[in-house]
Design a protein around this ligand. Structure first.
Ligand code: MLT
Length: 214
């Protein structure tokens, strides 16, 4: 645990400098340690930056305030997404890393989606596991082909399929290169999430290395 920057966080440098770093964003009630094993499994050797959400809901860390399940305090979403983007800027300087791809689960995926819409320069892309629309009105933004993977659960009791579909459309309209997959699961993560995210990221890295080589 590191308390020097604006957010309590973990940083694991990894041993593959060329791999895109991951920004790990936990779900409600999680912390900076939760997604480290998932990050290592999806991106072996990549640097992992993992902050803890700064909002407490009955003692459970989150990344922004909500009024009820699935009903967000959008002013707080904006404020916290901006603060998180500022943290990423600080951490990139401190650890000398490139812009990360966010790997977010549930509340962490929602704040990642908000960051993409509000501060697109902070992220190189996103893996959004069980994400929903974070802001009713999409800000005008150009995501310039940034890669985004959304993985939804067909029987997710928190996120109706129409909501994750709206998020995919919103990000695609803003210019992201969106892949949206729906699995026959609920809100919990499954092995299939891991396999899909790993394969998607490997493809993103291959495309990046080809672009750099040209
Ligand atoms: C949220 O509040 O971001 C979503 O309802 C997901 C959750 O954290 O349960």
């Amino acid at each position: 645990m590191n308390e020097e920057l604006s957010h309590i966080h973990c940083f694991a440098p990894g041993n593959r400098r060329e791999a895109t770093p991951l920004l790990l964003l936990h779900g409600t009630g999680g912390d900076e340690n939760d997604l480290l094993p998932l990050g290592e499994a999806i991106a072996p050797g990549a640097a992992l930056l993992s902050p803890r959400g700064q909002v407490l809901e009955h003692g459970m860390p989150r990344f922004f305030r909500r009024l009820a399940e699935g009903v967000f305090d959008e002013d707080d979403v904006r404020r916290r997404a901006n603060e998180l983007a500022d943290f990423v800027t600080e951490a990139r300087k401190r650890y000398e890393i490139a812009a990360p791809i966010a790997l977010g689960y549930s509340n962490g995926a929602n704040v990642a989606a908000a960051m993409m819409l509000l501060r697109p320069e902070a992220l190189a892309g996103g893996i959004l596991l069980r994400a929903m629309v974070p802001l009713r009105e999409a800000p005008v933004v150009d995501l310039g082909g940034k890669p985004v993977l959304i993985v939804s659960g067909q029987s997710d009791p928190i996120i109706p399929p129409s909501n994750s579909q709206r998020l995919a459309t919103m990000l695609a309209k803003a210019g992201a290169d969106v892949q949206h997959r729906t699995l026959p699961v609920d809100h919990q993560l499954s092995q299939a999430d891991l396999a899909i995210a790993k394969e998607w990221l490997a493809n993103v890295e291959t495309t990046k290395s080809k672009t750099v080589a040209v």
